[in-house]
Each structure stands twice: as structure tokens, then as C-alpha cells.
Design a protein around this ligand. Structure first.
Ligand code: SAM
Length: 175
């Protein structure tokens, strides 16, 4: 009996999880695909973060960029995550990784990035296009956008770091 009830709860959770992930994949910025750790370190190095700079990850996933930007470079980290399950993972990871920045549950659209020094993105091109249209105008001068794998359509990067082994291309834009 108890096993049956637990089974039903488990299956319900899996269905809810898949429905939310499917919805985010289709209507949000893209699914949760974590950046490999080697790539995270490479992206952070190429971004040239200075101590005390404000960095953002528009789709934070489990918070890996936020954590290492703070730990290795002394950045002040903020991230947004729209998937409740991934957000939960990020909050748990934050406790274990002990980083102090903010991870906010919700979509990055309509957020204020006017104080951002560097914005990290790992989002599908269609989302990057929307990002370009809606967010870019509100950024301060010299804000850097560092996009892993995907280019911002219709915008010329100031630097492209080529793919190396398992680490995909990195596109750097300066406003
Ligand atoms: C490709 S993953 C990247 C995760 C993390 N930045 C990394 O590099 O490991 C994209 C993440 O963005 C989240 N996401 C998608 N659309 C979003 C939105 N509109 N606002 C905030 N997060 C979003 C997804 O749930 C997913 O966790």
C-alpha cells in the first residue's frame, strides 16, 4: 500500500518535472544543460573579471558560474533561474558551495541589469535575439556579455574564443 502511494507520488513528480522542463524548453530560454566545469573556468578566465565586479548569469542553472566567479575572482554574483527544480538544486548547491551571492527564482526578462559589469549567458540563439532586443538598451557602457556556445544574432562580438576540445566557442561582446 505505502509502496503504491510512494510510486504514485514519484510518477506525479516526474510528470510535473517533465512538463515544466518541456514548457521552459519551448517557451523559456532553453533547457537545463550545465556547462562542463572545464568550460566554466575557461569562460570565467576569458571574461577578465575584476574583484568586486557585479556579474550576472541570466539562466543560472545550478549556479556554477556564480559560485566560481565569486570564489576565484571575488565577483558579486547574481543569477536568475526559471525552472523550480533547477532553482532548488542551485539553492542546495549554494549551501554546500557556500557562495554568498543571490540566485533569484524567475525569468531574467524584465529584470534590471543596469548595474551589471559582466553578464554570462548560455542560452539558445532565439533567446539571445530576444535578449538583444529587450535587455541590451538598459545596460551601462562597457558592460561585457559573455556567451557560451551561442552567438547573439545581428551583433558583432569583440572577441571569439575558438572551440578547443570539449570546450565550445565563447563569444565576448562589449557595449
Ligand atoms: C543551458 S542552461 C545553462 C545553465 C548554467 N548557466 C550553466 O552554464 O551551467 C540554461 C538555464 O537557463 C534557464 N532558463 C531558461 N529560460 C530562462 C529564463 N527566461 N529566465 C531564467 N532562466 C531561464 C534554464 O532553466 C536552464 O537552467
Amino acid at each position: 500500500m505505502i509502496v503504491g502511494i510512494l510510486g504514485i507520488i514519484f510518477v506525479t513528480c516526474v510528470i510535473i518535472f517533465l512538463t515544466i522542463s518541456f514548457y521552459i524548453t519551448i517557451f523559456g530560454g532553453g533547457p537545463f544543460v550545465p556547462t562542463p566545469m572545464d568550460a566554466v573556468h575557461k569562460v570565467l578566465k576569458e571574461a577578465g573579471i575584476k574583484k568586486g565586479q557585479k556579474i550576472y548569469d541570466i539562466g543560472a542553472g545550478d549556479g556554477r558560474f556564480l559560485h566560481f566567479a565569486e570564489k576565484d575572482y571575488g565577483a558579486i554574483s547574481t543569477g536568475f533561474e526559471v525552472d523550480p527544480f533547477v532553482f532548488l538544486i542551485a539553492k542546495i548547491r549554494q549551501i554546500f558551495w557556500k557562495w554568498k551571492g543571490k540566485i533569484i527564482f524567475g525569468s531574467f526578462f524584465k529584470q534590471n541589469f543596469s548595474k551589471a559589469d559582466i553578464i554570462f549567458c548560455y542560452m539558445l540563439p532565439r533567446t539571445m535575439k530576444k535578449f538583444h532586443k529587450t535587455i541590451m538598451a538598459g545596460l551601462k557602457k562597457k558592460t561585457k556579455i559573455v556567451s557560451y556556445t551561442f552567438q547573439i544574432p545581428d551583433l558583432k562580438p569583440s572577441r571569439i574564443i575558438p572551440k578547443k576540445g570539449k570546450i565550445s566557442k565563447i563569444f565576448i561582446y562589449e557595449i
